[in-house]
Every structure is written in structure tokens, then in C-alpha cells.
Design a binder for this molecule. Structure first.
Ligand code: MG
Length: 375
């Protein structure tokens, strides 16, 4: 019997999808894998990373998940990945690259959500600052260390470029990865999926936690449109959580369909992947009508959920933990694990402490703080 010749399976793409064969490779060249193409390997490296696993205990919006059903960064990430993959498949984009970017997109988040990010950014003023997208590149390219020969996951340059272009700041650390105005279309699909996902699931989590009431959210145009869309499938939408799920499912469906159909139109003039990243605007997105509808929901969530007293109080207490940890560890870094302390030889104490804290889960940060207080 002849031995089977393995080779990666490539799916056909649209002219604007980025084929794996067009990848510019990795910082440290590696031999091709017989089963998986480069972007599939990137995806798998991300899933196997410690940073990805720690997303399970990092806050999305609701600190400590009041009843275990609210999203964490991990379940948010998985929802983003599946929405992004649907968009990619219908637009003939590279699904493997899309999935890798989606699974990586939040690995730079510190514990306690955006309050945690603000706390670290404050402490890092004058020491190079802190921003979660930039931190994501650091995590993937430096802090993860599964290979003996080099630090980082050695991902394809295209994944790192999209991570760097997610950042809204012009930082020298990201310069070499930000050579064009926008992300590959696969990264744009992740961006579209990210905001569609968090709008819907933050609304569902907030309804569940009682932070908002159905009477309030049902005033919004997007909710009313979603109710109509849901009625096509369900004669009776049910009550309470079942109704919320039905309406929000319909909202996701409407928005994902719109991203696909309106992006298809925008892509008509695009004949190769490079054109997509040099276009004047993102090409993978909602049309104006749906964007406005979604903006109304974003604004509503901003006022009623993200600025809600209980949500704020919980995130503030998390931010305080981060501030205390930072101050104590920069005064005496001796308790840090060796994987971090060894870097004190060539990086500032603030940066190393910041990396250590940013990697923590909510739970680890609180426990570490308690242990430090006792010692
Ligand atoms: Mg996200």
C-alpha cells in the first residue's frame, strides 16, 4: 500500500480573500505542515495558548458574572468567531485567517474589563502607556512562550498586522505592523462581528441581570425591527428570557445578513486582497441604515448598562485591585513568577509588572492581592 501524501486543504476564495499561499510568513521561518496551512496553525496556536484559556475568567461587562450565565471574554470571543466565520464564508474570505484573528482579538484585555484597562493605562502614564490591542500583539508575539527557540507564538504576519491595526493609537511598537490604512478584509469581518456580537449579548446579559428592563429596550427601533423579524419564524415569541433570546437572535440574523449583502456590493470593485486594505473605508460592515439602528442600541447600552451603578461599582473595585497590585509590585517585584521577573533585566519594572497584571484573570488578581495583603 502506498503511503498517503498529506497536504493542507485550501478552500476556494473570492478574488479579495487572502489565500494562505500569499502569506508573508513568520518572523522565524518554519517548515510547512503536512496537514494544516499557516492560518490554520495560527488559529490552533492561539487556542492552545495560556492567554486564550485565561479569557474564561476575565470580565466582559459583568464582573463576577452575577449568575454564571453572563458572558466572559472567552464566550464573547467564541461568539465573535462564529459570526465572523459566517460572514467570511459568504463573502469568500479566508475563514482560517478570519477565525485566527477572531480568537486572538481580545487576548490583550487585562482583568476587570475596560475599568482594568483604564487603571493600567493610568499607572503606565510616562512609562509607555497601556492599550489592550497593543497588549494583544505583545501577548502573541512576546509573552506567550511555548517554543524553546523563540518567544511568542510566531504567528503569520497577517494575523499580527490585523491585531496591530485594531489599535487606535499610533505607537512606535506597532509601526512595523501598521504599514497600510486598514486591516485585511478578514480582519474587517472580525471587527464587524465583534460589535454585532457584544451589542446583542450585552443586551441579553443586562436583561438577565435586571440592569435594564424590557420596557426600556423595546422602545428602540432596532428591537422593534428584530421583533418583526422574529415573528417570521415564531408565531408566539414567548415571555421573559425566551422572548429576549428570540428577539436578539433575530437581531443578530438581520445584522449578519446585512453585513454580507451590503459588503458584497462594496466588494464589486475589488479585484484582489490588497485593494481591500487600501480602500478609503472599511468594506466589510453594515450599511448606513443598520449602522444607525445599531448605534442607537450602543448608546442605550452605554447609558443604561456600562454606566450603571452596580456595574460601575464592581468594575471600580476591580480597578482598585489592579492599582494596588501595580503599586506594590513596582515597589517590590520579588513575588512575581520567574517567567516575568527574568525580564526585569532588560525592560522597565513598570512594563514587566504591567504585563504580569494584564495577563491575570479577575480571580487570580483578587487572590494575588489578598495573598500580598497577608504577607
Ligand atoms: Mg471583543
Amino acid at each position: 500500500m502506498n503511503a498517503i501524501e498529506f497536504q493542507p486543504v485550501e478552500r476556494p476564495l473570492s478574488p479579495w480573500g487572502l489565500p494562505a499561499s500569499a502569506s508573508r510568513g513568520r518572523r522565524h521561518p518554519e517548515a510547512a505542515h503536512p496537514l494544516r496551512g499557516p492560518f490554520e496553525r495560527d488559529r490552533d496556536r492561539i487556542v492552545h495558548s495560556g492567554a486564550f484559556r485565561r479569557l474564561i475568567a476575565k470580565t466582559q461587562v459583568f464582573v463576577g458574572q452575577p449568575d454564571d450565565l453572563q458572558r466572559t471574554r472567552l464566550t464573547h470571543t467564541l461568539e465573535v468567531a462564529q459570526i465572523a466565520r459566517t460572514i467570511a464564508r459568504h463573502l469568500g474570505l479566508n475563514e482560517d485567517l478570519t477565525e485566527a484573528i477572531a480568537l486572538a482579538h481580545d487576548v490583550g484585555h487585562p482583568p476587570f474589563g475596560h475599568a482594568g484597562e483604564r487603571a493600567l493605562a493610568e499607572r503606565m502614564q510616562g512609562h509607555g502607556g497601556f492599550e489592550h490591542n497593543r497588549q494583544g500583539v505583545r501577548v502573541l508575539d512576546l509573552l506567550e512562550h511555548p517554543y524553546p527557540e523563540f518567544a511568542g507564538l510566531n504567528l503569520s504576519i497577517e494575523v499580527l498586522e490585523c491585531m496591530a491595526l485594531r489599535s487606535h493609537e499610533e505607537h512606535p511598537d506597532l509601526q512595523s505592523l501598521r504599514t497600510v490604512p486598514r486591516m485585511w478584509l478578514e480582519g474587517q469581518a472580525v471587527d464587524a462581528a465583534d460589535s454585532i456580537a457584544y451589542n446583542a449579548h450585552d443586551a441579553q446579559d443586562a436583561l438577565r441581570a435586571g440592569t435594564i428592563a424590557q420596557e426600556q429596550i423595546s422602545q428602540l427601533n432596532v428591537w422593534q425591527a428584530a421583533v418583526e423579524h422574529a415573528k417570521i419564524r415564531h408565531a408566539d415569541l414567548g415571555n421573559g428570557a425566551v422572548q429576549h433570546a428570540s428577539v436578539l437572535r433575530a437581531m443578530l440574523d438581520m445584522q449578519v445578513r446585512n453585513v454580507i449583502s451590503s459588503s458584497k456590493e462594496r466588494l464589486q470593485t475589488i479585484s484582489d486582497p490588497q485593494m481591500g486594505r487600501r480602500a478609503a473605508n472599511d468594506l466589510i460592515c453594515l450599511d448606513d441604515f443598520h449602522r444607525q439602528q445599531k448605534a442607537e442600541l450602543s448608546q442605550f447600552l452605554g447609558e443604561k448598562v456600562y454606566r450603571d451603578d452596580r456595574v460601575q461599582q464592581a468594575t471600580r473595585s476591580g480597578a482598585a485591585v489592579i492599582g494596588e497590585l501595580f503599586d506594590e509590585l513596582t515597589t517590590d517585584p520579588s513575588s512575581m513568577p520567574e517567567s516575568f521577573s527574568k525580564r526585569l533585566a532588560h525592560e522597565s519594572r513598570q512594563r514587566v509588572v504591567c504585563d504580569f497584571i494584564a495577563c491575570m484573570t479577575d480571580r487570580y488578581a483578587r487572590n494575588y492581592r489578598l495573598r500580598m495583603a497577608k504577607s
